[in-house]
Design a protein around this ligand. Structure first.
Ligand code: PGA
Length: 252
């Protein structure tokens, strides 16, 4: 059975102290009331990872970096390698987020290097894809997302691909308060699962967790998560409040 996953993406928010407090609050709420069959992940800034790993029960809550370097190590000032991330106790890394692609020029070639290094170092990539408003408006979102996947994670061997979690995040829905409709989200996730089936076979497609992200919140999560192909969410804004995040975890 594929996993249900609710992952928070804190982005560039919270000081270390605020982040540790938030992690502790999530940890306590999840311990008391969190749906046992949902994998919970906190995507924190690099600076917070070690402290957050210490602050939570890591048997219950996984920690993710929001990026890693495209190089293994060396003279790359300011970069944080996949091996460094792994050595903090993080288990996941968010890669290919549209904000990284758009503001930091991350291309498919760069992302392929990051995914390879993440996998080599035993991290689970939460690999993001999704189209801009103009693409959706032109009704070419399926081709766009297919190309994003063909150029990157669909080049992996089946054994490596099985380690990937996919997050579909339409850019027009991220941080805008405009969620994709349940039908739009389900349709795209079913399309992605179909592509996986074509490429890697039905069994792997059925086992791959595919998340929806983009203005997902406590209110719309129950309907989204009730869809057959939506295996959870990548949550930005609503992951910054422990109670809201818990409600999303319990939205199945
Ligand atoms: P949002 O962000 O929930 O604030 O829209 C989601 C994301 O970018 O991961």
């Amino acid at each position: 059975m594929r996993k249900k996953i609710v992952a928070g993406n804190w982005k560039c928010n919270t000081t270390l102290q605020e982040g540790v407090q938030l992690a502790k609050s999530v940890n306590d709420l999840v311990a008391k009331e969190g749906a046992a069959d949902v994998v919970v992940v906190l995507g924190t800034p690099f600076t917070h990872i070690t402290s957050v790993v210490s602050a939570v029960d890591t048997n219950r809550i996984g920690v993710a970096a929001q990026n890693c370097a495209a190089e293994a190590k060396g003279a790359f000032t300011g970069e944080v390698s996949a091996a460094m991330v792994k050595s903090t106790g993080a288990e996941y890394v968010i890669l290919g987020h549209s904000e990284r692609r758009e503001y930091y020029g991350e291309t498919s070639a760069i992302l392929n290097k990051k995914v390879a290094l993440a996998l080599e170092n035993g991290l689970t990539p939460i690999y993001c894809c999704g189209e801009a408003f103009e693409v959706r408006n032109a009704n070419t979102q399926n081709d766009f997302v297919k190309t994003q996947l063909d150029e990157t994670i669909f080049t992996l061997s089946a054994d490596d691909f099985k380690k990937i979690v996919i997050a579909y995040e339409p850019i027009w829905a991220i941080g805008t308060g405009v969620t994709a409709s349940t039908e739009q989200a389900q349709e795209m996730l079913a399309f992605i699962r179909g592509l996986i089936a074509e490429k890697y076979g039905k069994e792997i497609a059925e086992e791959t967790s595919i998340l929806y992200g983009g203005s997902c919140n406590a209110k719309n999560a129950p309907e989204l998560f009730a869809q057959p192909d939506i295996d959870g969410g990548l949550i930005g804004g609503a992951s910054l409040k422990a109670e809201d995040f818990l409600a999303i975890i319990n939205a199945y």
